[in-house]
Design a protein around this ligand. Sequence first.
Ligand SMILES: NC(=O)c1ccc[n+]([C@@H]2O[C@H](COP(=O)([O-])OP(=O)(O)OC[C@H]3O[C@@H](n4cnc5c(N)ncnc54)[C@H](OP(=O)(O)O)[C@@H]3O)[C@@H](O)[C@H]2O)c1
Length: 240
Amino acid sequence: MNRSYKVICHMAMSIDGRAAGQYLSAAEFGPYGKAYEDMLAAYASDNWICGRITFEQHITFGNKVDLSIYSDEAISREDYIHPDAFSSYAIAVDSEGKLGWETNVIGDEYPERKGDHIVTILSESVSDRYLAYLRKIGVSYIFAGKSKPLSMTIALDKLHKHFDIETFMLVGGGFVNGSFASEGLVDEISLIIAPLVEGVSDSVSLFEFGNSPDQRIRKFKLDKFERIDPDGIRLIYLSE
Ligand SMILES: NC(=O)c1ccc[n+]([C@@H]2O[C@H](COP(=O)([O-])OP(=O)(O)OC[C@H]3O[C@@H](n4cnc5c(N)ncnc54)[C@H](OP(=O)(O)O)[C@@H]3O)[C@@H](O)[C@H]2O)c1
């Protein structure tokens, strides 16, 4: 690894390999959801990264912003870092600027991460109005490519430089995890398997790479495993 930072991917899944589904909010998932949050907290990370869909489902709840009230004056495609000092960050991969933030920090919708400063990873093709809106509410943004798919390597290099982040916590969903893994950026996988089977076919797995013919197999070695009572398991894999 020739990088000055590392990436830990922390995820929960069902026995049937699904990372999304109704089971995540079912009572039966309770002890494993708690273990997931406790283990995430134990990393004491100053950041977490999610894809646009996960943020839309769990943080912005599909909120849409009326961009017509913002100026469409051209804004240069330079990274914008809010001048206030923050000590922790919620980082979104949102190349087209779809997320409707209401403020520049996480609030009561995720009490465990309340106060984390929102940083969004964009493509240069995002609209000027969206950039004006982000600046108005104080959300920091960086560019990681002209259009999607964005380069997660460029994104992490910039985030490391701007915020001095040394360990990134990548926490889903499947497509954003796949973006990082396909660039060889995942150094550690922390996986909680809940003893549940839901079997819905339109769910995502832990890593979704799409159908690129250039895709390589990524190999990991087992580092640790432990029981999560009553019937779950936690596995830690390290990149080889
Ligand atoms: N089990 C767990 O531990 C866990 C953890 C987190 C989330 N989840 C679940 O996972 C589900 C969502 O997963 P998901 O895979 O559908 O979505 P996701 O990974 O949350 O978001 C995917 C989106 O992120 C953007 N994106 C990701 N990589 C990109 C790249 N390289 N370049 C440009 N854009 C990129 C794209 O947004 P655009 O479509 O806007 O281009 C893409 O559609 C939710 O149901 C959530 O509850 C589970």
